[in-house]
Design a protein around this ligand. Structure first.
Ligand code: ADP
Ligand code: MG
Length: 702
């Protein structure tokens, strides 16, 4: 990791613990810490979620239901009731001849005393239509001595996201104190002046003060939407900090050495010659990139994105041949046993005829077999090692791991990727890394999330694939669907029926899959129906999958265990139950199980009414496009990046201010700024990272 930032005045102030504020004892500090608020800077960045305008007094007559406002009036009448529950009703009127009712259901005797007839009160709240004109329930209020006595504020009042155990007033005071200790603009600022001027954004200090205490004429809708220049200023610096932190990790990685796999490529060529198909242009291009990277004496770190069925595996196998031809080892790790087994089957079929020894390591490989595999891996006899997480266990030692391949990266955390990489580390040497994912990530997002990786895309499907036809069908139409499956199976087509539930428990889902299996078996007496779910033994699952793949089953009822990577080209019908509950990328992954052969395929999204607006949009998107990148963009809009990428993977959801979906337009600028800073002033770059990412960046220290 980079050097620690030099202690600077801003850092000293921003890093000061909250206990330096008055009113923060151990108890309050603990409540704040529970929300991740530990330093003064954390409070600076705890931004309001709403504002209240107490800068003017609205004549009561001009109040409108539903629109919050501040009024001031004289108490005309007070009434206490106990009929159903205690209640206090206070009628006030003002010079506009308007009358307003204030209603309280919780109150103290002392409050009742305050509302003497003739007292002057100023209150704030949202009026609604009541039985006798407008009323405000539980307004915030205070008694003022005389009309116009108290000066009005110049600024809007912030309303902060609530923190358990700390009242809104107390929180506002604490944040106010923290803001009073903001260093002056120059001391606080990190972005060089010319940069800031070019961007036409306010200074950090001004941006923070505007967010917390906007002037009365501020563009509140923009502040709340996050499009205000102040908010953009904060978001920009935060995105920049994250981007810089990833870039620095990359620079650190580049300082390591890796075995240069600069071979003639004869083995890879033999594999290509033996394949029953020609590589697509996209596969050629990506393999050429990999080959170039692998020939360097520095570690490759490349993400290969390719839609489901785009043929990533064979590209990985070709890359592995470069390691093997150099007399070294390659490892391929997949997130599920099913997927790893499929890779194993493919690699064995492709590589063993070439005399390449492929070893298998998964959790269920135990005892003698395991000892043998470990020995073969350690001696180098195993040239390519395929497996699951088991590959990362301590007992696994490679002779000379030169290339670590991780499939379906989104299922793994960064830590796991690094753990596999570390298997090949020795001295200052690390292996090359190839990461493959079928979850396309919008380009902008990839830039932010993977600034530490090179990204290539296999953006072309093998020829002869017909796009999958997708329809959405109400669950009531299930009988028609069963009929359709009967017809398809009679024609020798194969179908998947995927059961999903909102409940995440394996057991409940397994039960649902079981009952669907029972029902479908009964309804389709002629069809051969199989079942796989997460609760089954791996050997049973595997046997069923194999039977389906070999065509001795017509219909496979499954849970989402089949989501990733399963390849049965003859399957051409996919039914997804409760499709309204799944996210776009999961739906896309599931749909990708069909349309892998030459037969025209279809996907039926069964939904339960009523559907939320968001669910409707998702299904609409699925019907409109098969393009994983388009779907990813839509997913980003609908869900936001945290969910899209998974927090585990990137820590991106940890943004305090920025929102990648909203602020994506800033990313090209961010990249440019980062280039300039890294070239001109790396120490300053470190300070920016320290301010925003600080300890959080350690999750992925390279
Ligand atoms: P994914 O990118 O989803 O992992 P796979 O690597 O599983 O895709 O490939 C999907 C299927 O396409 C496999 O059966 C594979 O053998 C086949 N395939 C890969 N490349 C080609 C190609 N260039 N032409 C035809 N079929 C191909
Ligand atoms: Mg795959």
């Amino acid at each position: 990791m980079a050097r620690a930032a030099a202690p600077l005045s801003f850092a000293a102030v921003g890093d000061a613990p909250l206990s330096t504020l008055s009113g923060v004892g151990a108890r309050v500090a603990e409540k704040l810490a529970a929300r991740g608020l530990v330093t003064l800077q954390d409070l600076w960045l705890h931004l309001p979620r709403q504002y209240e305008d107490r800068t003017t007094i609205v004549p009561i007559r001009l109040l409108r239901p539903g629109i919050a406002a501040q009024v001031e009036g004289t108490v005309e009448a007070v009434e206490r009731g106990f009929r159903y529950r205690p209640s206090l009703r206070v009628a006030i009127s003002d010079e506009s001849q308007g009358t307003l009712l204030l209603r309280f259901f919780h109150f103290r005797a002392q409050q009742v005393a305050q509302f003497a007839v003739g007292a002057r009160v100023r209150c704030y709240g949202t009026p609604r239509a009541g039985g006798n004109g407008l009323e405000i329930v539980h307004p915030s209020y205070r008694v003022v001595a005389e009309a116009g006595d108290d000066a009005l504020g110049e600024r809007l009042d912030p309303v902060y996201p609530a923190i358990e155990g700390i009242g809104p007033g107390a929180l506002r005071k604490l944040i106010g104190q923290a803001l009073d200790r903001l260093p002056d603009a120059e001391a606080l600022e990190l972005l060089p002046e010319p940069m800031r001027a070019a961007l036409d954004l306010p200074s950090l200090r001004d941006a923070l003060l505007t967010m917390h205490r906007p002037p009365r004429d501020a563009d509140v809708p923009a502040l709340l939407a996050g499009t205000h220049p102040s908010q953009q200023r904060l978001a920009l610096e935060e995105l920049l900090a994250h981007h810089l932190s990833l870039r620095r990790q990359r620079i650190a990685l580049q300082r390591h050495r890796a075995p240069a796999l600069a071979t003639a490529g004869a083995l890879a060529q033999r594999l290509r010659d033996a394949l029953p198909f020609a590589l697509t242009g996209a596969q050629e291009r990506v393999f050429a990139q990999l080959r170039h990277d692998l020939a360097q004496p520095h570690p490759m770190l490349r993400l290969v994105q390719g839609d489901v069925g785009s043929g990533k595996t064979v590209v990985a196998a070709l890359a592995a041949m470069l390691a093997v031809e150099s007399g070294r080892q390659a490892a391929l790790m997949a997130p599920t046993e099913l997927l790893a087994e499929q890779h194993l089957a493919n690699l064995r079929a492709w590589l063993e005829p070439l005399g390449v020894r492929v070893a298998w390591l998964a959790g269920k490989v135990t005892g003698r077999a395991r000892r043998d595999v470990l020995a073969a891996v350690a001696s180098g006899e195993a040239q390519v090692v395929v497996g699951t997480h088991a590959l990362m266990q301590d007992a696994v030692a490679f002779d000379d791991l030169a290339l670590a391949i991780v499939d379906e990266q989104h299922r793994f955390g960064v830590h796991q990727r690094l753990a596999l990489r570390d298997k090949g580390a020795g001295g200052d040497r690390v292996p090359h890394q190839l990461v493959m994912t079928a979850t396309p990530i919008p380009r902008t997002l990839a830039m932010a999330a993977y600034a530490d990786l090179d990204v290539s895309a296999i953006d072309e499907l093998p020829p002869g694939r017909t796009p999958v036809q997708t329809v959405a069908l109400s669950a009531e139409k299930r009988p028609d669907l069963v009929e359709r499956i009967r017809a398809a199976c009679a024609e020798g087509r194969q179908a998947y029926w995927v059961c999903t539930l909102i409940d995440d428990s394996d057991e409940v889902i397994a039960q649902a899959a079981q009952s669907t299996f029972d029902a479908l078996s009964a309804a389709l007496p002629k069809a051969r129906v199989g079942l796989v779910h997460g609760r089954m033994k791996a050997s049973e699952k595997q046997a069923t999958m194999r039977a389906f793949k070999e065509g001795t089953l017509d219909l496979l009822v499954a849970t989402t265990v089949i989501e990733v990577g399963v390849d049965v080209p003859n399957a051409s019908l996919m039914v997804i139950e409760n499709a309204e509950r799944l996210g776009l990328s999961q739906l896309h992954q599931l749909r990708g199980r069909v349309g892998r052969g030459s037969a025209a395929s279809s996907c039926v999204l069964l939904y339960q009414s009523p559907m939320s607006q968001m669910a409707r949009q998702r299904l609409e998107t699925m019907r409109e496009t098969n393009d994983g990148f388009v779907i990813a963009e839509k997913d980003l809009q609908l869900r936001g990046p945290g969910e899209l990428l998974g927090t585990r993977q990137t820590g991106l959801a940890a943004f305090r201010v920025a929102d990648l979906a909203r602020d994506a337009a800033l990313l090209p600028q961010v990249r440019e700024l980062a280039d300039t800073l890294l070239a001109d002033d790396p120490a300053l770059a470190d300070r920016i990272v320290h301010r925003w990412v600080g300890g959080a960046a350690r999750y992925a220290s390279a």
